[in-house]
Design a protein around this ligand. Structure first.
Ligand code: FES
Length: 147
């Protein structure tokens, strides 16, 4: 049911932990399953993500998605990081079962929330970035049966 990559990132998560004095921190949760994900970004003066760490209280797919998402955003600029969507995370993981798609969405939202925090702190605007929802379940109503 899970790809080898999902199993690998679940059993061996990359970049787990926190970053002290992070440039941006984002926490999101899904009210339906109760899972919570927090992302920390260390962004240099040139707007490049030097480091990214996560803490996830959630299912295996959420842990694998967080781990893969941190790998994908490292070394990217803040605008390139916006391209790390849940689709991109899922592709990098060689797919997720349909009932687990929302777990990868949590990773996308956590990155956006951390970028939003960074933008707020620095009083800048990141083109294409919208204020993240703190609960990714909002707006997912039409996927109800996917749970
Ligand atoms: Fe909710 Fe995976 S079951 S994040």
């Amino acid at each position: 049911m899970y790809s080898e990559k999902v199993m690998d990132h679940f059993s061996n998560p990359r970049n787990m932990g926190e970053i002290e004095d992070a440039s941006g921190v984002g926490t999101v949760g899904n009210a339906k399953c109760g899972d919570i994900m927090r992302m920390y970004l260390d962004i240099d003066e040139g707007g490049v993500i030097q480091d990214c760490k996560f803490k996830t209280f959630g299912c295996g797919a959420a842990i694998a998605s967080s781990s893969m998402a941190t790998e994908l955003v490292k070394g990217k600029t803040v605008s390139q990081a916006l391209e790390v969507t849940n689709q991109a995370v899922m592709e990098a993981l060689d797919g997720l079962p349909p009932v687990k798609v929302h777990c990868s969405l949590l990773a996308e939202e956590a990155i956006h929330a951390a970028l939003w925090d960074y933008a707020q702190k620095n009083q800048i605007e990141i083109e294409g970035l919208q204020k993240p929802k703190s609960d990714v379940h909002e707006g997912e109503e039409n996927q109800e049966e996917a749970y």
